[in-house]
Design a protein. Structure first.
Length: 277
């Protein structure tokens, strides 16, 4: 734990709460975490955990080594403007706000001619709320190796991290892991509905669906075999799995998933254009 490290969360929603919970007592003491949240009703909960709070950006920001922006994208430009007076050259800015490109945020923090490039943009996902997230990160050229390691450590407190090259790659991260939990939940809903149709109760179908998904992903994560080989090992010629996979193929399952991800990536780019104005 780095006792000297101080972190500000600008925005105190669910993702900020998940990150702060992962960091407190592990990466830095709770007393070194400052939370800025317009919702004053949330302050007591933060304070009860030993953290300081404010309803608006304040001078405490100047003492924080890391700023984590976790506000709604439509509010980001105004929030950034309200913090700039306390930004220092050695501040590491980490953004977990969806839809705001790193270069856009760098321009807002600095200027068009002199952007603030000590910035890491992140795309976490909702399993971070239970410490099982995976986050894509992209750094601007003002981020040195020590800052990269620090950013990775912060986000690792709620799951795995994957570095990608730039904002364009983060559109892909958004399409796969950012939106991905919704795809999984949709598939689980379909499995439960299918279970009901083949004679199971809802509780039985849900338990079997959740257990199957958890077990299959654990096996895939721990196996050195390609996913295709793992699939083939479950599939006996002329058997039940082969019949099910044939139905998936007939419906164009793989193409549907790829089309869905392309739509998500496209929408990510559109939102960046919309919120970056």
């Amino acid at each position: 734990m780095k006792n000297e490290l101080s972190i500000a969360f600008i925005g105190g929603g669910n993702m900020a709460a998940a990150l702060a919970s992962g960091l407190a007592g592990k990466v830095c003491p709770a007393k070194n975490i400052h939370v800025i949240d317009i919702n004053k009703d949330s302050h007591a909960a933060w304070q009860a955990r030993g953290m300081t709070t404010a309803a608006a950006p304040d001078e405490a920001l100047a003492q924080c080594r890391v700023w984590v922006f976790a506000v709604k994208p439509q509010n980001m430009k105004d929030v950034v403007a309200s913090t700039r007076q306390w930004l220092r050259d050695d501040t590491l800015v980490v953004s977990v706000a969806a839809g705001i490109r790193a270069d856009t945020l760098a321009g807002w923090l600095g200027s068009a001619d002199a952007p603030f490039n000590r910035l890491v943009r992140c795309m976490p996902n909702t399993p971070a709320l239970v410490g099982a997230g995976i986050t894509g990160l992209a750094a601007l050229d003002g981020v040195g190796q020590a800052d990269r390691e620090l950013a990775a450590q912060l986000l690792s407190s709620v799951g795995q991290v994957v570095w990608v090259a730039d904002d364009a790659a983060l559109d892909g991260v958004t399409a796969l892991s950012g939106s991905g939990p919704a795809y999984v939940f949709l598939f689980l809903e379909a499995l439960v509905a299918g279970g009901l149709k083949v004679g199971l109760t809802e509780d039985q179908a849900k338990q079997l669906a959740l257990g199957t998904l958890a077990g299959a992903t654990k096996l895939a994560a721990e196996s050195d075999e390609p996913l295709s080989v793992l699939r083939e090992r479950v599939t006996s010629k002329g058997g039940t799995t082969a019949a099910a996979l044939a139905a998936f193929d007939a419906a164009g399952f793989s193409g549907i998933v790829q089309d869905a991800m392309a739509a998500a990536a496209r929408r990510s780019r559109e939102l960046a254009e919309e919120f970056g104005k």
